[in-house]
Design a protein around this ligand. Structure first.
Ligand code: HEM
Length: 63
């Protein structure tokens, strides 16, 4: 529930999601992302969904 819920749910959630998608577009358009060997990728659902032990990536610029 990264943006909360109910009466005081985040007012900027749609703007924030758009900004994150624009950022993600710029990253995937310019870099190749490869996961590095490391800890198992268990899922942690709370408070913000993410791999429990992080997710180490190698970024290589492709253009
Ligand atoms: C990744 C970005 C963001 C996250 C994770 C986030 C998260 C949250 C959370 C957890 C709350 C509390 C919700 C609750 O009490 O239930 C909140 C409230 C709020 N957020 Fe965000 N937020 C983000 C970006 C933004 C942006 C960009 C804006 C404005 C442009 C914004 C404006 C607000 C406002 C005005 C509230 C108060 C709403 C109220 O009390 O009625 N947030 N946000």
């Amino acid at each position: 529930m990264p943006f909360g819920g109910g009466a005081h749910m985040c007012l900027g959630l749609h703007f924030a999601m758009m900004v994150m998608k624009v950022l993600l577009h710029h990253v995937v358009a310019r870099y190749r992302l490869e996961p590095l060997p490391g800890p198992t990728h268990d899922w942690q659902p709370w408070p913000i969904a993410r791999p429990r032990d992080g997710l180490r990536l190698e970024m290589r610029r492709i253009c």
